[in-house]
Design a protein. Sequence first.
Lengths: 168, 206
Amino acid sequence: MAPNQADAILELPLSVVSRVDVGRLLREVEALDSFLKQSAIREPGTPIKLPRTSRLLDEMVQNNKLNVLHEDSRQRLTSFLEEVRNHAPTLHMSFSADPSPAFTQRLITWLRSEIHPIVLLQVGLQPNIGAGSVVRTTNKYFDFSLRSRFKQKGDVLTQLLKEGSVAQ
Amino acid sequence: MSIWGLVLILVAIGAAAASFIWLALTLNGSPRKAKDSTDALTHGAEQDVERIFNEEFREELRNRGRLHFEKIIGENAMFLQQDLRLTTSELNEYMKSEITQKLQEEFAKYEQSITDAKTLALESISKTQEAIEEQRQIMGSQLLKEIDTEKQRLVKRFEDNMADIVNHYVLMAIGDQIDLSDQLEFILSDLDANKEAIIKDISDGA
């Protein structure tokens, strides 16, 4: 189920990659909302200190030009994040090594521009694939690894090796 | 003089006395007279006998008989001793020769037994060695056959999995050497090539 039109206006920052990040962001927004609601019933003039927000939330707010001091914005953010957490498509991608943050950001940029604007990415590690990646969507499995390429071209390699051994 | 001579003398003396008494009795006519004369003769004969065979004479006869008996006993003992010595030496010689012969026979049998046992043992060892050698040759040929079969199997397995082995080797060799950042274009091109399928799967959902 795709997010509704009001929620689609918002965009996920590139630093929000996985469902875990979304959950963390959602908890933070809920905590902030609770804090601000409690502050509203305090005696006027009492100094309050706002909780420190994370880099994820800062990016989210800045990218979407939201004001978290307004309850509407917080409510919109919360409902958007809940929608993303519950219904955003997730791609599982495995690599031969741990990807760097820059690599992940470039990848998520491409995925959100080409595949789906709120797609999430679950990164895995498979050292035996050599190079490339293994992608798993909801119902499909795509093996883009070097191991798979080698396996597909195994007959050619065998033939070449046999010819080489006979020639020697 | 032997004891038999002495006995003959005594018998002769007794016969002379008996004839003298018989003559005296024959010469007297009446029984009474004859009886008296017989008694007188008997008494006289007894006196004569007593006088002739007095105690000294008897002692002399006993001494002489004892000495003669001792002499005969001594001579016989000597003969018996000689015979005994001779018999003993002959017996010793006989026993020695018999024992020697028996021992030689037994030793010969024992030596023959040892020789037979040695021959049997040598034959057995020889047969065992032959069997071991035969078994060794069989096992050697079997081992060579097994090795050859295993070699062929390994070669066939290697040929069958050669591509996998090379792939594995290449992956292990270069897997750590290719930086993920260098692979990004390659990964994105693969994703781009399958973009439609991915979008379709995401849109259709579970």
